[in-house]
Design a binder for this molecule. Structure first.
Ligand SMILES: [Zn+2]
Length: 473
């Protein structure tokens, strides 16, 4: 009997795409899955997975890891083997629109695989368009050229962050959507929301969603609503009604045959740094009119100081001013989500599971527990505690479904010839340990993580190996 490079022995192998869920040996050779067998396989290295689950590695299609070294580490540690960078219309990667240079850097020099979306806000900026103003026909011509170049450099899709580029017009969405349709690439969109960047007349989640659904109708492009609920899943009755309306609009579009899906993370509070522009509204010198307050969704009393000497205190205007001056990298916790509303989004079968974690681009420090605990938390919350999803169903939403959605070939499967991206974990103990105060804490219950057949986490210990590859379109 031949010996394989690596054998994972006696684990419960779950491959959601085929429905396989059985105790088996799995062999790896040359970075690919080389055998699956209910009888014993021989390997030069053998990992005992008795009593554990062997799953395709998790795929995070809404990531802001963007080649930041420590961010890659946080992801590998929670079972993620592939990330999609460049979401929400922009990237923090210094290469910017030089996609080929970015992909070269992360190819073999990053713990996990990376695919890249080129961002419409970055393209607008490079074309010299003011974020608040609509692009002219000439601007759109220049933007299309820049987008084409980025796609030729290996980007797998085009992301939008309309909230941050509120000048985005339906004409522009149509032009870029046509390009995306021609190239058959996904277009994730961070929609215009009721945040402070929005002209008031265009605010309100249904309008923000409708403009994307309209663009999808006109172009037939694969638009994808990013972190649905992240902007509209807020406390209070009217917000709940808005969210229900948003879900209904997406389902209506899907029933017309449009290829629309979405994604969401599993946390009921937001987190960011105290110097984030989002909080500027609380430092305006004049009384903020009611109409803005309503559109802004945030009340200062919903914000808790996360770190530093004032940790645990609710924010006030004087405290905000003081901390911004003394320590602008203090973390704050934004208590504006509702757990039940998030669950309502996650239970839609067209919603992939994602992290949307932000990291400091210089230090790599995570801003939110979802940077370190997202994927274990899905299992812990929805499978083990609430029992609203089966294990294989939950794994499907974080493996094969996102892989198909973003065209990541060879990913999200445990089948012969698939890439050997594998996570071994204990579903009975897998847990998210990160908190708003300690967002860098590792999860528990994950034994090993393999990327292209090489261990990045081995017996619970990070190896510091860099087997991640760039995924080019
Ligand atoms: Zn976003």
């Amino acid at each position: 009997m031949s010996e394989f490079e690596l054998v994972i022995r006696g684990g419960r192998v779950i491959d959601p795409a085929s429905g396989v869920d059985a105790v088996m040996d799995l062999a790896v050779e040359g970075g690919k899955i080389a055998a699956l067998s209910s009888s014993a396989l021989a390997g030069r290295k053998v990992v005992d997975a008795t009593g554990l689950v062997v799953s395709p590695g998790f795929i995070d299609i809404h990531s802001h890891v963007d080649g930041i070294p420590h961010a890659g580490h946080c992801n590998a540690r929670m079972g993620v083997t592939t990330v999609v960078a460049g979401n929400c219309g922009t990237t923090v990667a210094p290469e910017g629109l030089d996609v080929a240079a970015f992909l070269d850097r992360v190819d073999r020099n990053f713990p996990v695989n990376t695919a890249f979306l080129t961002g419409a806000s970055d393209i607008r900026k490079a074309a010299g368009v003011d974020p608040g103003k609509p692009a002219s026909d000439e601007d759109i011509g220049r933007m299309l050229k820049l987008a084409q170049r980025a796609l030729d450099g290996g980007a797998i899709g085009l992301s939008f962050g309309i909230e941050y580029s509120p000048g985005t017009s339906s004409k522009e969405l149509k032009a870029l959507g046509d390009l995306a349709h021609d190239r058959d690439i996904p277009c994730p969109v961070h929609i215009r929301s009721s945040g402070p960047f929005v002209p008031f007349l265009k605010s309100g989640a249904p309008a923000a969603l409708m403009e994307v659904l309209d663009a999808a109708r006109k172009t037939q492009a694969r638009f994808h609503i990013s972190h649905l609920g992240g902007q509209i899943g807020i406390r209070t009755r009217p917000r709940e009604a808005l969210l229900e309306e948003g879900l209904r609009l997406v389902e209506e579009a899907r029933s017309e045959g449009l290829d629309i899906e979405s994604d969401m993370h599993p946390y009921d509070a937001g987190g960011t740094w105290i110097d984030a522009a989002l909080l500027d509204i609380f430092q305006m010198g004049f009384p903020v009119p009611q109409v803005i307050k309503r559109s802004v969704f945030l009340d200062i009393g919903m914000i808790e100081v996360g770190t530093g000497p004032h940790a645990g205190e609710r924010l006030t205007r004087p405290l905000l001013r003081e901390i911004r001056k003394k320590d602008p990298r203090t973390l704050v916790v934004l208590h504006f989500f509702d757990r039940d509303l998030i669950e309502r989004v996650l239970m839609r079968p067209w919603v992939s599971f994602i992290s949307d974690g932000d990291f400091d681009p210089v230090t790599g420090a995570p801003s939110h527990p979802r940077c370190s605990g997202t994927f274990p938390r899905f299992i812990q919350w929805l499978v083990r505690e609430k029992k609203v999803l089966g294990l294989s169903e939950a794994l499907e939403r974080m493996t094969i479904m996102p892989a198909r959605r973003f065209g990541l070939e060879g990913k999200g499967r445990l089948s012969m010839g698939s890439d050997a991206d594998i996570v071994i974990f204990d579903p009975a103990t897998m847990a998210d340990n990160a908190t708003y105060r300690e967002p860098d804490k590792a999860p528990s219950g994950i034994r090993s993580v393999f990327v292209n057949g090489t261990a990045v986490l081995d017996g619970g210990v990070m190896t510091d190996l860099m087997p991640g590859r760039a995924l080019r379109f």
